[in-house]
Design a binder for this molecule. Structure first.
Ligand code: MF3
Ligand code: CO
Length: 253
């Protein structure tokens, strides 16, 4: 069941969103050659605490980190580790879920470390743009399948693939609520959007083939062909005549 959120509930989600955005700002400044993903994770935990928020990810089915940090061929759910060191030329995605008084916000950015190849930058740019191509369609009365289709079309038209087993999702009182939001789909299908619905839309894009593998830790999802991957996500509220992105600062794009 998809539940619309009240203005009061959305206000609480926006406090969580502020913590998520502060994690990006804080960690972005630390993405340098030599830093470990565990150090970044600890910093993320401190930032959330400063905002009176808790991590939505920590403890979720036993997940050990405050956030997910996924480097290069790791698509999603990279576990922060003292053994994972960032190097110039890497691309790193930070997937951050914060909760304030039981209300959640969820967003992901993929950042460069130092100087990256044009090829890597293009993957980051297309992934991000696919989110905006999809989100601009959002308003009450639109089928969710239109959103999913836009993500698929934009990425595939650029020669990229989309993971099949992982999806975006409704969000609010839980990190994951209905509906499930695949990164592929057909126009005119699926649930119809209504004012107050809150959606985490998150293209997970592979430079090569769509197949992934999960490491023995039970979490880390990598591209099977070892090629680069990118992830971009925001929490979006369906408004009376459109949408509001609550996890992105004005002028960020
Ligand atoms: N943030 C992820 C999502 O976008 C889920 C995190 S999985 C966890 O849905 F294990 F880290 F919690
Ligand atoms: Co999400």
């Amino acid at each position: 069941m998809i539940t619309a959120k009240s203005t009061r509930e959305i206000a609480l989600m926006k406090v969580a969103a502020e913590a998520v955005m502060d994690v990006f700002d804080t960690l972005k400044a630390q993405l340098k050659n030599g830093i470990t993903t565990l150090e970044l994770d600890e910093l993320a935990g401190e930032v959330m605490k400063k905002h009176d928020c808790v991590s939505g990810s920590k403890g979720y089915y036993g997940y050990p980190g405050y956030i997910c940090i996924s480097v290069n061929d790791t698509l999603i759910h990279g576990i922060p580790s003292s053994k994972i060191v960032l190097h110039d030329g890497d691309i790193v995605s930070l997937d951050v879920v914060a909760a304030y008084k039981g209300y959640y916000a969820d967003a992901t950015r993929t950042f460069p470390v130092g100087v990256i190849t044009e090829r890597a930058q293009r993957l980051i740019d297309v992934t991000k743009q696919s989110f905006f191509e999809a989100v601009k369609l959002i308003k009450p009365g639109v089928h969710l399948g239109d959103i999913c289709n836009a993500i698929q079309e934009y990425n595939e038209n650029h020669g990229y693939s989309l993971a099949r087993d992982f999806t975006g999702h409704g969000i609010g009182k839980h990190m994951h609520e209905d509906p499930s939001i695949p990164n592929y789909g057909k126009k005119g299908t699926g649930p119809i959007l209504e004012e107050g619905m809150c959606l985490a839309i998150e293209p997970m894009v592979l430079e090569g083939k769509k197949e992934v593998r999960i490491l023995g830790d039970g979490w880390t999802v990598k591209s099977r062909d070892g090629k680069l991957t990118s992830h971009y996500e925001n929490t979006v509220v369906v408004t009376k005549d459109g949408y509001e992105i609550i996890t992105m600062r004005e002028g960020e794009k």
